[in-house]
Design a protein around this ligand. Structure first.
Ligand code: PMP
Length: 441
């Protein structure tokens, strides 16, 4: 094995030199062999072909594939990738966290707390952000964390359904409603609750029910209040889109259960983190119990990351406390950046709809925003696009033939001449969509 350059005993230049060369040769060959063994072990245990450790540790997935002008454009899901440009700037660096191998190992975050898996740092940043934006009252509320607000929604159904009731509690929402509500409510066929459809068609008399109030509403952007007023019912407010980039903030919401998510607020859908503000202690305890039974808590790593992301947003406004006065320079101010994007996108969409002539959109509704101190229109995260052309009764199919994937009205309790289109995808995908739409006659 010891076959290094000097190890073969090359003579010349004196015995001392030869001996030294020999020693160096042995050292070099030992080093080469150790490197070889390390490579062999790495291949054997990690199968990585010898890539660097850094690369192994952090190489991220890249999300949806890039698009070209002939691609199928998928605007079915509300995948909020358009905020990437903000986070790729300086804010992205400020939001970086490093988690050493020994951290976040315990199941527990705060054993004494009602929500024992809630990271105190995340809770602090949630409260701070609501104080900054003024979109919800957090003082006097319990904060719960969930694997996306999707899990918190299910926790709320569990917490609000009386366990011993003769029949499952009815879950309703006025059409058009978020298409996941029926699917998520019924997929386990729970004996506690069941989907009962459009709240406007529901006879609430003497019935237990839960009304889901989504405001601004997914899919049509409408500002909503509960439509059912009977004493036997309770409301869950899904405020995923009650942020300044989508709608004027007109008041600090103070409902019994309010659900939020980083997905739509900051664009970090992949972090899978939502939070709930819950007034009643017993309800909060039952929701927390659901998450304990369902997933034994929520990733602390995600909570630390989300805490840093929320902190970066609030810090951005602390650095520039008068956003309206300096409008135009929105570096570091997420809501201003995001609003500018939404304004541009809605402008492009309305122009494309006008150029095409076969579609209509809901009207723009302006309001006074207490956060930006400006009168602004709403710029919903989804376009609720209706086709007026004779014979197009399945708009989802019509657009699919033109390589645009959307979600048809039927999934929201509406008719087939309307579709929901995500306004939050990448700039590239959105631009291609706009070109195609404008050309449809
Ligand atoms: N509520 C509404 C109204 C939504 O549109 C969405 C996401 N599409 C969610 C909740 C779920 O959000 P999360 O990613 O936090 O599960």
């Amino acid at each position: 094995m010891a076959m290094g350059g000097g190890g073969g005993g090359k003579e010349g230049g004196g015995g001392g030199m030869a001996a030294q060369a020999g020693r160096l040769g042995v050292a070099a060959s030992v080093a080469i062999n150790l490197a070889g063994i390390a490579l062999y072990l790495r291949r054997r245990y990690f199968g990585d072909g010898g890539k660097g450790e850094e690369e192994l540790a952090v190489a991220p997935s890249s999300g949806k594939p890039p698009v070209t002008k002939d691609s199928v454009i998928n605007l079915d899901h509300g995948d909020p990738t358009m905020y990437g440009a903000f986070w790729r700037g300086g804010a992205g660096e400020r939001a970086t966290i490093v988690i050493p191998g020994w951290q976040t190992m315990s199941y527990f975050s705060d054993v004494g707390s009602l929500c024992w898996f809630l990271e105190p740092g995340f809770e602090r940043q949630v409260r701070r952000l609501h104080r900054l934006v003024g979109n919800a009252v957090a003082d006097g509320y319990h904060v719960l964390v969930g694997n996306g607000s999707t899990q918190l929604f299910q926790a709320a159904l569990y917490a609000l359904s009386p366990p011993g009731a003769a029949a499952p509690t009815s879950v309703v929402s006025p059409a058009p409603y978020y298409s996941s509500y029926p699917a998520v409510t019924d997929y386990l066929k729970s004996a506690l609750y069941r989907w009962a459809g459009d709240a406007n068609m529901f006879d609430a008399d003497g019935e237990n029910y839960i009304e889901l109030v989504c405001s601004p509403n997914n899919p049509d952007g409408g500002i909503r209040e509960p439509v059912l007023k009977s004493g036997a019912g309770v409301a869950v407010h899904d405020l995923a889109y009650y942020w300044p980039q989508y709608t004027p903030i007109t008041e600090a919401a103070a409902h019994d259960i309010m659900l939020f998510t980083v997905s739509k607020c900051t664009g970090h859908a992949g972090t899978r983190l939502g939070w709930a503000l819950v007034k009643d202690r017993a309800v909060a305890q039952r929701m927390s119990k659901f998450i304990e039974l369902n997933t034994i808590g929520v990733s602390k790593d995600s909570q630390l990351r989300a805490a840093k992301i929320l902190k970066t947003i609030s810090d951005g406004y602390d650095r520039a406390p008068a956003p309206a006065a300096t409008a135009g320079d929105d570096s570091g101010r997420l809501f201003h950046f995001a609003r500018r994007q939404m304004v541009a996108r809605w402008g492009a969409l309305r122009a494309a709809v006008a150029a095409s002539g076969i579609f209509t959109l809901p009207d723009e509704v302006p309001g006074n925003c207490t956060f930006t101190k400006e009168t602004v229109a709403a710029y919903p995260p989804f376009a609720w696009l209706r086709c007026e052309k004779e014979g197009v009764n399945d708009l989802e199919g019509y657009l699919r033939e033109r390589k645009i994937l959307t979600r048809g009205g039927g999934k929201f309790g509406a008719d087939g001449r309307v579709v929901r289109i995500s306004m939050l995808d990448t700039d590239e995908a959105f631009a291609i969509f706009i070109d195609r739409l404008a050309a449809m006659k």
